[in-house]
Design a protein around this ligand. Structure first.
Ligand code: XMP
Length: 180
């Protein structure tokens, strides 16, 4: 285990297994249609790259940059978005993809924004849904894993821009948080 983790929550093998399963679910749900993935950078970069390759559909990819955490571990509830200008979503089947749903502010805000582009359909997909911190009533359509209220890193998730490259998803140790 990486020395900055206090435990591994989801192993590399479990992630791969579940992402393949989610890819099959999407392939079935959108059979005969083209799907436009909208990935929220930076966190959902790794998940989206794997997920899109586990689907067997004509697909398109758009990316939006979102930041809500600064360098801490508590959401400030005010995500900032860039890159939405000129997205071609009108009349398309759109799947908004994020790494984790925590308070719900980010996904609900971005979903509202994407709806203004008049997609044919709009659904949301997250790898992780964290329980116990929801502030906005928002239920994603596709969820990889349900996790407890702990700050996690790895597989795209960061703390102060670090640990994204860990292959598993783990809980950051108190010592690593203190050390910054
Ligand atoms: P909200 O609170 O808006 O948060 O649902 C969603 C965004 O917050 C980030 N987030 C985390 N990032 N470990 C992280 O590295 C976590 O435990 C965590 N919880 C929330 C994430 O970027 C997500 O897009």
């Amino acid at each position: 285990m990486h020395p900055s983790l206090s435990k591994v929550l989801v192993s590399e093998e479990k992630i791969a297994e579940r992402v393949a399963e989610m890819g099959r679910d999407l392939t079935e749900a959108y059979a005969g249609k083209e799907l436009t993935f909208v990935a929220l950078l930076n966190g959902a970069l790794f998940f989206t790259a794997d997920l899109i390759r586990q689907t067997d559909l004509p697909s398109r990819l758009e990316c939006l940059r979102v930041s809500s955490y600064g360098d801490g571990t508590t959401s400030n509830g005010a995500p900032r978005l860039t890159g939405a200008e000129g997205m071609d979503l009108k009349g398309r089947h759109v799947l908004l993809v994020d790494d984790i749903l925590d308070t719900g502010h980010t996904l609900s805000k971005v979903a509202r924004l994407l709806a203004t582009y008049e997609p044919a359909s709009l659904r949301t997909c997250v790898l992780l849904e964290k329980h116990g911190r929801k502030q906005v009533e928002f239920q994603p359509d596709f969820v990889g894993f349900h996790i407890p209220d702990e700050f996690v890193v790895g597989y795209g998730l960061d703390y102060a821009q670090r640990y994204r490259n860990l292959r598993c998803i783990g809980v950051l140790s108190e010592a690593a948080i203190q050390a910054g």
